[in-house]
Design a protein around this ligand. Structure first.
Ligand SMILES: C[S@@+](CC[C@H](N)C(=O)[O-])C[C@H]1O[C@@H](n2cnc3c(N)ncnc32)[C@H](O)[C@@H]1O
Length: 368
C-alpha cells in the first residue's frame, strides 16, 4: 500500500507551535503554515527529530540498518528470520507476536478509536491495534526503528497506520486527538529525553503531554516494572544495566550509576504508590493496577494488583507438576505461598510483583 498523508493530516501539527502542516508538499517536506518551520520526509517517513538518535536492545545502529535494507528488499519477516531469530530468539518472538497486545481486553476498545503508540519500537503493538482500530500513529524517536515500522506496515497492507519519526517531548501531533495512548516499556526511559532536568519532573511533564494528546475520556495504558519487584531483590539488572539501583534511595542510585557508568540515574521506576502519585499529578484519574506474568511484554497471566487469591491461583499454575518434577526451591515456593493468608499475600504482592499494567483515564465525557 501507499501510505496517504491526507488521511492523517488532522492528527498532525507542528511540534514547535502546534500550527497546521501545509498539505500538498508531501512527499518531500512538511511546512508549518504558522511558523514556517520545515520538516523533512525521508523515504516516505515524516521526520521531526534527530536522525542520529538510536535506541536498541541487543542490536546496534549498523545492524539495524542492515536489517532495514534486508526488510525493504526481501520482506520484514525474512529480515527478522535471518538477522534476529538465530541470535535472539525471544526478541524475534517479541517483534512478531500479537499476543503482546492481549492487555487490550482490559479496555472498552472500539473499532472507531484512534490510537497513539509512543515509543513504538519494532511496531508490534501498533500493527496489532491497526488490525482493530480506525487509525494508529506509531511515534518513535529512533529513525531506523521508524523505518522498520514503515516497511512492515507497507508490506502488510495496513494503510491506517502512520509511522512518525518524532519524540514525545515535541510531538508532531494535534491535542485531544487520541482515544488511547500506549506507553509500553517507555515511561522508564523518558528521563533521558532531557538529561539536564530532574528525572521525575521530565517524566511528569511528558505524561502531561500524553494527557493533552488524549481526548476527554481517553485512556492511557502503561506497561512497566515495579520498582521494588522481587526480581530486583534477587539481583536482576535494572535499566541502568546495574543491579539493585531501583531499590536504592535516589541519591545513592545516582552516585552508584555515576561511578559505574559516568552519568546520573535516569531510568526511574516506582512502586504502585509512586506511579499513582505521578499519574495524579499529570491529571489522570480512575487508575487501575494489574500484576502481570511473566512480564508486561509477554502478558499471559494478569490480575488486579493486591488480590491474594489470584496470586494463589497463579502459583497453582506456575508450580503445577512438571514432567520432570518440581525442583526443591519450587516445592518450597509452593509451600510458602500456600501458608501465607490471602490478605497478606495481596499486600506483599503489591510491592513485590515485578511487572505492572497500569490503566488511567483523562477525565471528561468521551465522544458519543
Ligand atoms: C523498550 S522499547 C519499547 C518498544 C515498544 N513500545 C514495544 O513494547 O514493543 C522503548 C522505545 O521507546 C523509544 N523512545 C524512547 N524515548 C522516546 C521518546 N521520548 N519519544 C518517542 N519514543 C521514545 C525508543 O526508541 C524505543 O524504541
Amino acid at each position: 500500500v501507499e501510505l496517504s498523508f491526507s488521511q492523517f493530516s488532522q492528527l498532525l501539527a507542528c511540534p514547535t507551535c502546534q500550527g497546521d502542516l501545509i498539505p500538498g508538499r508531501f512527499p518531500e517536506i512538511n511546512e508549518c503554515a504558522t511558523c514556517h518551520s520545515l520538516y523533512p520526509v525521508i523515504q516516505g517517513i515524516p521526520s521531526f527529530a534527530d536522525r542520529q538518535v538510536y535506541w536498541g536492545e541487543e542490536l546496534d545502529l549498523h545492524e539495524m540498518q542492515v536489517i532495514n535494507a534486508h526488510a525493504e528488499q526481501q520482506g520484514w519477516e525474512s529480515a527478522v528470520e535471518q538477522w534476529v531469530a538465530p541470535r535472539f530468539p525471544s526478541r524475534a518472538k517479541y517483534i512478531r507476536e500479537f499476543f503482546r497486545s492481549d492487555w487490550r481486553f482490559l479496555f472498552p476498545l472500539r473499532s472507531d478509536w484512534t490510537v497513539l503508540d509512543v515509543g513504538a519500537g519494532w511496531g508490534t503493538l501498533a500493527v496489532a491495534f491497526g488490525e482493530l482500530c480506525r487509525q494508529v500513529v506509531a511515534l518513535e524517536s529512533s529513525y531506523e526503528r521508524t523505518r522498520f515500522i514503515q516497511t512492515r506496515v507497507v508490506q502488510d497492507g495496513l494503510a491506517n497506520i502512520l509511522p512518525l519519526h518524532g519524540t514525545l517531548s515535541a510531538p508532531p501531533l494535534t491535542r485531544e486527538s487520541f482515544d488511547l495512548v500506549i506507553l509500553n516499556g517507555v515511561l522508564e526511559w523518558l528521563g533521558w529525553s532531557d538529561p539536564g532536568q530532574p528525572v521525575a519532573s521530565v517524566q511528569r511533564h511528558l505524561l502531561q503531554q500524553v494527557y493533552q494528546l488524549l481526548k476527554p475520556g481517553g485512556y492511557l495504558y502503561i506497561g512497566i516494572e515495579n520498582r521494588f519487584g522481587i526480581s530486583y531483590w534477587l539481583g536482576a539488572p535494572d535499566h541502568s544495566y546495574l543491579r539493585y539501583t531501583s531499590l536504592m534511595p535516589r541519591p545513592l542510585a545516582h552516585w552508584v550509576t555515576w561511578m559505574n557508568r559516568g552519568h546520573t540515574y535516569r531510568t526511574y521506576t516506582y512502586s504502585p504508590f509512586g506511579y499513582r502519585r505521578l499519574l495524579h499529578r499529570a491529571g489522570f484519574s480512575d487508575l487501575r493496577f494489574y500484576a502481570v506474568m511473566p512480564n508486561y511484554s509477554r502478558p499471559i497471566f494478569y490480575w488486579q494488583l493486591g488480590d491474594g487469591l489470584a496470586v494463589k491461583r497463579f502459583a497453582e499454575v506456575f508450580f503445577s507438576d512438571k514432567p520432570f518434577g518440581l525442583s526443591r526451591a519450587a516445592r518450597l515456593g509452593r509451600k510458602v505461598v500456600d501458608l501465607i493468608p490471602n490478605s497478606l499475600l495481596g499486600t506483599l504482592s503489591t510491592y513485590l510483583m515485578p511487572h505492572l499494567l497500569i490503566l488511567a483515564c483523562k477525565p471528561g465525557e468521551p465522544d458519543a
